[in-house]
Design a protein around this ligand. Structure first.
Ligand SMILES: [Zn+2]
Length: 294
């Protein structure tokens, strides 16, 4: 089972002590709006043998269903629920379309994704056992997101990011060794506001000789990186490579790459088969660098 915790603030380290898992990564990203800098932070965990802690199955949930989602809620304003359903459907469509997954409509009826909305932060923490910084948790295996109404970043960040992970993982398979930066790149790419200023940041990193080669990016366990500049660069590069793969070569190639990864081919093999112009990660790195400098 895979789980992805979403952290709304703070920047210190977090390990989910509940589970006997391998912590694959954590992520810290910065968003700047005017004077305020907020650190969004999530932890992505892969572990097994533990049930996803849904809001107590004994509780009565109201539901609102749409084509691809079932939203469970209790005493949450209808307005928020409606907005959640609308946004989730819109994101589902745009993400699937952007990644080229539309022909593989695997999310209907009994297979719909679930979004559990707790009444508030206290309710969420109490029922899920999550700490106070957590703004939501997603399980790829259960295809579910648990959260509560919190204004900042919910519709703009958490929802598209987690849906990006869930859709990507559902396609390539949960127990897949695809590079984590690719998974994160796909998820971050869905947070549209993050696509801005990428080129500027990367050119600056190139100038300062700080750019991380993709072979190194694949080796980094971002979990153990404390330098926020490196973390920021990791994500910026990840988004940029995903953007490069999708916008320069089209969705069909990206789908081919995902299919090859689904078949458990290693990344070099998968990239060669699907893109032809690259024989391996080093060649992708070179092509991507040219694109950044264009
Ligand atoms: Zn993520």
């Amino acid at each position: 089972m895979a789980r992805h915790d979403w952290r709304g603030s703070q920047s210190d380290f977090y390990l989910d002590t509940m589970s006997t898992h391998k912590v694959i990564m954590e992520e810290k990203t910065r968003t700047c709006s005017g004077m305020t800098t907020r650190i969004l932070f999530a932890v992505f965990l892969l572990f097994s043998g533990q049930r996803f802690l849904f809001a107590g199955d004994d509780e009565k949930w109201n539901t609102q269903k749409s084509e691809h989602f079932i939203v469970y809620y209790k005493e949450v304003k209808e307005d928020f629920v409606r907005k959640t359903v609308e946004n989730a459907e819109e994101y589902y469509k745009s993400i699937a379309e952007e990644l080229g997954f539309t022909r593989y409509n695997f999310w209907r009826w009994d297979n719909r994704a679930k979004i559990y909305i707790y009444n508030n932060a206290e309710d969420y923490q109490e029922k899920t056992g999550k700490p106070s910084w957590s703004g939501g948790v997603a399980s790829y295996h259960e295809k579910a997101i648990e959260t509560y109404p919190w204004a900042q970043g919910f519709f703009q960040s958490l929802l598209p990011h987690e849906l990006g992970h869930i859709i990507f993982r559902e396609f390539i398979g949960i127990q897949n060794n695809a590079p984590i930066w690719l998974d994160e790149g796909v998820a971050m790419y869905q947070e549209k506001f993050r696509r801005k200023d990428i080129k500027k940041k990367l050119l600056k990193a190139i100038e300062e000789r700080k750019l991380i080669p993709l072979t190194k990016l694949s080796e980094i366990n971002i979990m153990f990186v404390k330098d926020t500049e490196v973390v920021d660069l990791y994500y910026t590069e990840a988004i940029s490579v995903v953007e490069y793969l999708i916008t320069k070569f089209g969705r069909d190639n990206f789908v081919r790459l995902c299919k090859a990864l689904k078949e458990r081919k290693n990344f070099d093999q998968a990239i060669e088969e699907s893109y032809r112009v690259f024989k391996n990660l080093e060649e992708l790195d070179k092509g991507w660098l040219r694109y950044v400098k264009e």
